[in-house]
Design a protein around this ligand. Structure first.
Ligand code: AMP
Ligand code: ZN
Length: 463
C-alpha cells in the first residue's frame, strides 16, 4: 500500500517516492533554545516523530537531521525585533551560551519522555559558522547577495519563483520589511550576515570576510541540511508558521547556491496547537504550557502524545484540560489492556486475521498519517474476537508507529511509603476518622497514586 503525504509545495497529497530507492533524507527544524519548549512545539516534534516512524514502518531507511537554533533568530521573522537568545540571557541573568545549553538539555529530556526517537544527527547553528560563511560566499559568487549598511542580504529579485512554497503574492506583502530595514533593495530580501550588530550587547560574534558579526537565522538550516543530507534531499518539516518565511528563504538560498531544483522534494507542515480562543500557543506571548506543568497536574508525558495522535497533524488542535483528561483515560485504558494481554496464553497464530488488521492499519497511516483513524482501528481490533496473543502481537506492531513503548509496559510496583499511607488510611476508615482518611488520600494522590475502595479492600493505581 503506497504511502501518500501532503506536500506543501504542490498543495496535494502525493505518493511518496524518495530520491534514492529506499533511503530517506529527513530534515526537521529544531527549537530556538532561549526558553522551554512548549506543548505547541512538542506537537510539531511528535508529528515529525510519527512521520519518521511511518517511514520506518514502510521499510524505508531514514537519516534524520535536526538543528538547534542557538544564534541569529530574531523575534520578528523578517529581520526585525529582539534577538531571542539575548532576550533569554537578560531574563535569566546568564550568558547566551549558558541559556542555550540549559534549554537544549531540557528539550532533549522532553523528547525522551515523549518516546520521540532521537535524530541521527543533532547540529547546532553555532557549530557551523564556517559552513554558513561558505554558503554566503557561494551566493556572492553567483550574484545573489549584496552588501548594504554593513550587512549582507539575499537579493530575492534575482530568483524566479521566489516564495512559491508559501504562494507569496510578491507585491502585496512584506512592505513592513522595507520600512524596518532601509538597507534592503527589495521588500522580501533577508539578512545573510549581520555585521552592524543591531544589539550593542550582542555577544555571539564571529570573524568573517564580511566583517565581525553573526548569521541570519534562515542560513543555518540551508547550510546544515545540505552538509548532512546533500544538495538535494527528500523531506523537510516544521510548523506551518515556518512555511511562510523561514522555509521560503531556505529554498531561495539553497537552490541559489547549489543550482539544484527542487532542493527538497516534499515539504510537510503541522498545524498549530491553539488555546481556547483559537490563539497559537507561543513562547513570545509569555503564557505557555510545558510538559513539566502537565506532569505537575498529574499527567504522564505519554498522555500528551496520545492527545496529539487523536487529531490529524494538518488540523488545528485545541488544548484543554478536559481533552487532556480524556486522552489520559484512553492511554491508561490502553496500558491496562497491554498488561492484561501480556498474561494471555500462547496459541496458534491467526496469520490471516493479523494480515487483515495490519492492512487496515497501514491504509490509515499511509493516508497522510491519519493517526486518529489508526487509533480507532486499534480499539476496534482490541474489541474484536481475535485471540489475545494475536491482539498483543498487533498492538506491538501498531506501536511501531504510535510510539507508546507498549512492549515495556509493566505493572507499577507500589512504593513502601505509599503502601504505608494506604494502610494508615484503612485504619483511619475503620475508626471512622474521615478527616484523617481524606488527608491521607490527598497525600497518596500527591505521590502520584490513586486509591479506590472496593468490596475486597482498597486498590492502589498509578495515576
Ligand atoms: P521554535 O522553537 O519557535 O523555532 O519552534 C519549534 C517548532 O515548533 C517549529 O517547527 C514551529 O513551527 C513549531 N511551533 C511553534 N508554535 C507551535 C504551535 N503553537 N503549535 C504547533 N507547532 C508550533
Ligand atoms: Zn529551519
Amino acid at each position: 500500500m503506497a504511502l501518500t503525504l501532503f506536500n506543501t509545495l504542490t498543495r496535494k497529497k502525493e505518493r511518496f517516492e524518495p530520491l534514492k530507492k529506499r533511503s530517506v533524507g529527513l530534515y526537521t527544524c529544531g527549537p530556538t533554545v532561549y526558553h522551554y519548549v512548549h506543548l505547541g512545539n512538542l506537537r510539531s516534534f511528535i508529528f515529525e516523530d510519527v512521520l519518521k516512524r511511518v517511514l520506518l514502518f514502510n521499510d524505508f531507511k531514514v537519516k534524520h537531521v535536526m538543528n538547534i537554533t542557538d544564534v541569529g533568530h530574531l523575534s520578528g521573522d523578517n529581520d526585525f525585533g529582539e534577538d531571542k537568545m539575548l532576550k533569554g540571557a537578560k531574563r535569566e541573568k546568564k550568558t547566551v551560551w549558558e541559556v542555550a545549553e540549559y534549554y537544549t538539555d531540557s528539550f532533549k529530556k522532553d523528547i525522551t519522555a515523549l518516546n520521540i526517537i532521537s535524530p541521527n544527527i543533532w547540529c547546532k547553528a553555532t557549530d557551523h559558522i564556517p559552513e554558513q560563511i561558505a554558503m554566503i560566499q557561494q551566493l556572492e559568487k553567483k550574484g545573489l547577495a549584496y552588501t548594504a549598511g554593513g550587512n549582507v542580504y539575499f537579493d530575492t529579485s534575482k530568483v524566479k519563483g521566489y516564495g512559491a512554497l508559501a504562494r507569496l503574492k510578491l507585491d502585496a506583502v512584506g512592505k513592513e520589511r522595507v520600512k524596518k530595514d532601509k538597507n534592503k533593495k527589495n521588500q522580501h530580501d533577508f539578512a545573510l550576515w549581520f555585521t552592524k550588530s543591531k544589539f550593542s550587547d550582542q555577544s555571539m560574534k564571529w570573524e568573517s570576510p564580511f566583517g565581525t558579526g553573526y548569521p541570519g537565522w534562515h542560513l543555518e538550516c540551508s547550510a546544515m541540511a545540505s552538509k548532512y543530507l546533500g544538495k538535494q534531499f527528500d523531506i523537510h518539516c516544521g510548523g506551518q508558521d515556518l512555511a511562510k518565511v523561514h522555509h521560503v528563504n531556505e529554498i531561495a538560498q539553497s537552490e541559489g547556491a547549489y543550482g539544484k531544483k527542487p532542493w527538497v522534494k516534499y515539504w510537510l507542515h503541522n498545524e498549530f496547537l491553539v488555546m481556547s480562543k483559537g490563539e497559537k500557543m507561543s513562547k513570545s506571548s509569555g503564557e505557555f504550557l510545558t510538559l513539566k506543568i502537565l506532569e505537575e497536574k498529574g499527567f504522564a508525558p505519554l498522555d500528551y502524545r496520545y492527545f496529539c495522535l487523536g487529531t490529524v497533524y494538518r488540523n488545528p488542535l485545541m488544548f484543554s484540560m478536559k481533552a487532556m483528561k480524556s486522552a489520559q483515560t484512553s492511554r491508561k485504558k490502553l496500558f491496562a489492556k497491554v498488561l492484561e494481554l501480556q498474561k494471555s496464553e500462547q496459541g496458534k497464530d491467526s496469520k490471516t486475521a493479523r494480515k487483515k488488521w495490519t492492512s487496515r492499519f497501514t491504509a490509515d497511516i499511509n493516508d497522510d498519517m491519519n493517526t486518529p483513524k489508526a487509533l480507532a482501528t486499534m480499539w476496534e481490533m482490541l474489541k474484536s474476537d481475535l485471540l489475545d496473543h494475536d491482539k498483543y502481537f498487533l498492538l506491538l506492531e501498531f506501536d511501531r508507529v504510535f510510539g507508546f513503548n507498549l512492549g515495556s509496559v509493566t505493572e507499577e510496583k507500589v512504593p513502601a511509603n505509599v503502601k504505608k499511607l494506604a494502610k494508615e488510611r484503612e485504619e483511619a476508615r475503620s475508626a471512622k476518622n474521615w478527616k484523617k482518611s481524606d488527608s491521607l488520600r490527598d497525600e497518596i494522590n500527591a505521590l502520584g497514586w490513586d486509591i479506590n475502595d472496593g468490596k475486597e479492600g482498597y486498590e492502589l493505581k498509578k495515576k
